[in-house]
Design a protein around this ligand. Structure first.
Ligand SMILES: [Zn+2]
Length: 346
């Protein structure tokens, strides 16, 4: 499998049977989840969610990003479990990861420069005796879906950013440096005004088709378009500044034409990208997950399928069957981390 453990730690944990507790974490742009996974029952037995700001900006005296992150995760660990032994910890991280080393993280630290650091080594130092795996958060969620259905698929996250991972034979294909699966930072063309991405790039997919991107577009259009006031969204929000992702999702699900057109414009480049992914590697199934995707509902997949079909060389269709909503909800990241941990440690 593509996750790795220090060889000495692996030996130390291989003696036991498939019993014990795993610590699992899913770091997100807005919230970070932690949990305890019971290997014997295959269930998450305790959960805790904190604001990701605790890990990135506040609540700690540490100055560098790596130390703030380690301090924050340590606090979350202590809120889940005192000093009781666990057989290992698995961390899903929102950015490219290879061999436990975090290479970039614009979702957590927009615009803040930092060199790659081994989050695995830092956590293993902090949590003496506990072996740690760090893997990309979308890869972690993908393991949860790979355990349930087909082994070849593409998982796509639509939340505060955009990410994806192509899974072949149940494993994410990310390359030696973990660079694969980062469509969110590819420059795309779309019908709205130019946008700067949190990584500093211009017109990156993640700045356009994400929750943040669609919200920005809706506010911009609302300020310039007199039809906004009489649209469902306009009546619900009153002013462009009052628009929220929740209201957009509500109006989209209700079929408000003004809002549907905003969402369509925003997510069109993502659909185009899915068409490209299929043309590159022949993937036939796309599982769409993430907070904004869940809020928009199944109709998001219809919009993505339409845009993908327009980008596809293969005119036989079937995109409406290829793009499907993920059904595991918020727990996918924790469950997938647990699956990766169970394979490595148990
Ligand atoms: Zn970017």
């Amino acid at each position: 499998m593509s996750v790795s453990v220090s060889p000495s730690k692996r030996r130390a944990t291989r003696r036991g049977e498939r019993v014990g507790t795993l610590l699992v974490f899913d770091i997100g742009g807005s919230n970070t989840r932690g949990g305890l996974y019971d290997l014997r029952t295959g269930r998450i037995v305790r959960r805790q969610t904190i604001d990701s700001d605790v890990l990135t900006v506040g609540g700690t005296s540490a100055v560098d990003p790596a130390s703030r992150l380690v301090d924050g995760l340590d606090r979350l660990k202590r809120s889940l479990i005192d000093d009781a032994p666990v057989i290992g910890a698995v961390v899903g991280f929102p950015g490219p990861v290879s061999d436990g080393t975090v290479r970039s993280a614009p979702t957590l630290w927009p615009g803040e420069a930092f060199g790659p650091f081994s989050l695995r080594n830092r956590l293993e130092e902090a949590w003496r005796g506990t072996p740690v795996i760090v893997l990309n958060d979308v890869s972690a969620a993908g393991y949860a879906y790979a355990a349930q259905e087909e082994q070849d698929f593409c998982i796509v996250t639509v939340s505060s950013g955009i990410g994806h991972k192509v899974f072949i034979d149940g494993e994410p294909i990310v390359g030696a440096l973990g660079a694969g699966g980062e469509i969110g930072h590819v420059r795309v063309r779309y019908r709205g005004p130019s946008v700067r991405c949190e990584c500093g790039g211009i017109d990156h997919l993640g700045a356009i088709a994400s929750g943040r991107g669609v919200l920005r577009l809706a506010r911009m259009r609302a300020a310039a378009d007199p039809r906004f006031v009489s649209a469902w969204l306009g009546r619900a929000c009153g002013s462009p500044e009052a628009i929220t992702n929740e209201r957009i999702a509500e109006a989209f699900r209700a079929g408000d034409p003004w809002t549907v057109d905003v969402v369509r414009t925003g997510v069109e480049p993502l659909g185009w990208m899915l068409g490209l992914v299929r043309s590159l590697v022949g993937i036939e199934r796309f599982v769409v997950v993430g907070g904004f995707a869940d809020a928009l509902g199944d109709k998001l997949c219809v919009e993505l399928a339409r845009a993908a079909a327009r980008a596809d060389w293969d005119r036989t269709g079937h995109w409406e069957r290829r793009v499907v909503p993920g059904k595991l909800g918020d727990d996918a990241g924790l469950l997938g981390a647990a699956i990766a941990g169970a394979r490595a440690f148990a």
